[in-house]
Design a protein around this ligand. Sequence first.
Ligand code: EPS
Length: 357
Amino acid sequence: LRVTTFGESHGPAIGCVVDGCPPGIALAPEDFRRDLDRRATGKTRHTSARREADDIEILSGVYEGVTTGTPIGLLIRNTDARSQDYSRIAEQFRPGHADYTYWQKYGIRDPRGGGRSSARETTMRVAAGVIAKKWLAERHGVRIQGWLSQLGTVTPAATDLGVVEGNPFFWPDAAQVPELEAYMDALRKSGDSVGARVDVVAEGVPPGWGAPIYGKLDAELAAALMSINAVKGVEIGDGFASVAQTGSEHRDVASPAGFESNHAGGVLGGISSGQDLRCSVAFKPTSSLRLPTDGVDIHGNVVEIVTTGRHDPCVGIRAIPICEAMVALVLMDQAMRHRAQCGDVGDVAPRIPAKKR
Ligand code: EPS
């Protein structure tokens, strides 16, 4: 499976090509609605005010409502760009932003909304991920759910995944939502931004997906999640907390009745164990701030930098479906590679049941 995206935040359209998808999957524009809406701006006061319909056009790879096996081309037209918001900073480098590195690399850049470095690019990852989620659910019974597991300094007091879709923060503790509202209102008024952590669990992944050295499942998940704009860290299972654990704490002891823990996050030696796959992703605070700061422009002059317009005080809030999509795409790709090499060999071995939450 190969996915590429194209388009700029303020260009005429954004799109993607999903190549290598199996034939025979029912696919219609309505399939994309839920996840595109979960990611979209303009839904609550806590995200950017830009309003895009995000209506998908299926350009290729689908005939009479099912995939044909040929490249699937998806397109969304941009309808609410306000490029004048960027005229003041078109020749400036926002501190902490890709403005500087794009300029150093290419000697030219599209400053309107950051072009490719915009969160807008992630729309098409979510669209591609819808196809992978659908195939994984129908073919293998895999379910993928993400949630916000930290917002700035706030962490959930409880984790109830049943409430995640019922609040604008994808937060697993409904009692804390008023606290988050107040936190975000104060942050927005201050003109600053904050980072976030997103957790994703994939349930129902069978043992055997991945590879021992080249193409490890965890390595490919890390690369895919790290490729999302604004991501600064990825953990699998206990991740960096493993550093302070002893071996006797970390090992996931099993009996025929099931695993007793899941510190490994569902991957052993680069291959899925059949336990829940657990990923955690760190998003940096966005760098488009209306708080003034000194910086430099493309001529090397010291300038005052202020970014006006519509921006996310915490881009991580919208990142749940994006992370889910990247996990789904990696899993679909690995599932097809596993079947190509091993056929159904993984289905005959006795299985240790996954730890129940
Ligand atoms: C973004 C700035 C805002 C966001 C945008 C990401 O847009 P604009 O450039 O029009 O001010 O709305 O996100 C999206 C449009 C989206 O669909 O995610 C930025 O600076 O990255």
